[in-house]
Design a protein around this ligand. Sequence first.
Ligand code: ADP
Length: 215
Amino acid sequence: MDKKNLKNWIPDDQEPLRSILIFGPPGSGKGTLGKFLSSAGNHYHLSSGDIFRGLSPESPAGRIFHQYASKGQLVPDEVTIEIWHHYVQGLIATNAYFPHEQFLLLDGVPRTLPQADLIDPYIEVMQIISLEMPNIEGLIDRLKRRAMIERRMDDFDEKILRTRMQVYQDETVKLLNHYQKDLISKFNADQPPLDVLRDVLIKLSYLLTHSKLES
Ligand code: ADP
């Protein structure tokens, strides 16, 4: 079967995917919050870091990821969104994620302004959760602890960690200006995960419990 025919089986002209973006520096608890909201709220949590780490290191995309992540740098924007889009299409085609019923909880993507432009046609941003954590040293400590538990090599080396914090400051902070102000909710992430979850639920529980589209 040639590639042109395949397109008919996996259509990519679907409605924009209703998404909640989770922003925050490395170690601010994006993944923990995403997992809570997906398991208790039946949303689909999608972490770009998890997608990348799941790539075979021998595949071309996996090789690009390792080349950048090992230095604490971001994977180039177009490659990132292409891999992301491909992955989401797979989730829909295999009935893992149901766009009419679930919100997509995007953790770690978009991360730069060009990524936001590239991803815009595919998503409808319902809300942005910004996890605020100004205490960089506290974050570095958290990440080092996580490295021991999850054996994440990019969290072991303090120099790489500091590069990732800097990349976040330089690239991702600017992203908030790309979106409408009334979509953004800021939360104090310098508290235990359950307290962050509580704050998010107080503010967003209505939205989170009304994700099903009427047919
Ligand atoms: P953290 O949020 O703790 O920095 P992630 O697990 O989200 O970690 O990402 C790990 C690495 O994966 C990043 O350092 C980067 O190399 C790559 N990565 C993840 N998301 C993106 C993205 N949206 N754009 C470019 N690179 C990314």
